[in-house]
Write a protein that binds this ligand. Structure first.
Ligand SMILES: NC(=O)c1ccc[n+]([C@@H]2O[C@H](COP(=O)([O-])OP(=O)(O)OC[C@H]3O[C@@H](n4cnc5c(N)ncnc54)[C@H](OP(=O)(O)O)[C@@H]3O)[C@@H](O)[C@H]2O)c1
Length: 257
């Protein structure tokens, strides 16, 4: 049975990825802090699951669970770096501790986990790393300076590693979700911006469709998932994207108290 590790599987996109990969017959290592949510998800799936309650915001200990995951479910075929957090706020007002935690969780930990699983993947000549970045990597967003930096960093590393691994049999998929408003993060994010026409016109995606596309990219060894597809032009026309972002990004509103 193929074995996928999914970080941030306790809700949102990670939970939907777990359901999609389980339906495709993968055994799963599910990682996040909320054990009860992970266990409930594992109990609802018809595949072997290894539940790992683990805080991934300390990169030095991020990979501590990997040996036990391998012992429980065998060699790791797919690593999905999905866990993430977002700080939204004016850059001169944001909580620096939370911002630095976001860089560790969104950027440093995925690189550490990749470092931990790559040797065995290269030795076997197969395996896939999936990095869940964000459209904020392609369209850095006012009010999300640290988040945009973390996701641009992850997407850049993801491209670099894919190129480095060419010919090894190990593949890298970079995922750029746009607004997925049904998740905790997506829903909260939307409340922090003025609901301008430009924001309302942005198509939103669903976790189910995104997960289907990620599974398809892993199976067919595609390099990227940009979803909703409306956003694909941002990758090909970065100058135009910057122009649109500078003129049409909605203003921040204060956090609801
Ligand atoms: N929703 C969107 O619009 C959107 C758009 C672009 C990119 N993304 C990216 O998609 C990924 C999933 O986000 P989502 O929308 O599904 O949000 P979500 O429902 O809030 O999920 C975030 C996941 O990350 C886990 N997590 C957070 N802090 C953690 C920590 N310190 N250690 C371990 N796990 C941690 C959470 O689990 P615990 O709280 O149980 O630890 C949860 O499972 C993130 O990387 C996000 O940046 C989302």
């Amino acid at each position: 049975m193929t074995h996928a590790i999914i970080t941030g599987a306790s809700s949102g996109i990670g939970e939907a990825l777990a359901r999609a990969f389980a339906a495709a017959g993968y055994s799963l290592t599910l990682v996040a802090r909320r054990q009860a949510e992970l266990q409930a998800l594992a109990d609802s799936l018809d595949v072997p699951c290894h539940v790992v309650p683990h805080d991934l915001s300390d990169p030095a200990h991020a990979a501590d669970f990997i040996d036990a995951a391998r012992a429980a479910l065998g060699p790791i075929d797919v690593l999905i770096n999905n866990a993430g957090m977002q700080v939204i706020g004016r850059t001169d007002e944001v909580d620096l501790d939370a911002c630095e935690r976001s860089i560790r969780l969104n950027l440093l930990t995925p690189l550490r986990l990749t470092r931990a699983v790559l040797p065995e993947m290269k030795a076997r000549g197969s395996g896939t790393i999936v990095d869940v970045a964000s459209m904020a990597a392609l369209a850095p967003t006012p009010g999300m300076a640290w988040y945009s930096a973390s996701k641009a960093g992850l997407a850049g590393a993801s491209d670099a590693i894919r190129a480095e691994l060419m010919g090894t049999g190990v593949h890298v998929v970079t995922v750029y979700p746009g607004i997925i408003g049904e998740t905790d993060m997506g829903g909260k994010g939307l409340t922090r911006y003025k609901p301008t026409l430009a924001l309302k016109l942005q198509p939103q995606g669903t976790t189910a469709e995104l997960s289907k596309r990620v599974l398809n990219a892993v199976t067919k060894r595609r390099d990227r998932v940009i979803y909703p597809s409306f956003n694909i032009s941002a990758r090909h026309f970065p100058g135009l994207t910057r122009w649109v972002m500078d003129r049409f990004s909605p203003e921040l509103v204060d956090e609801p108290t």
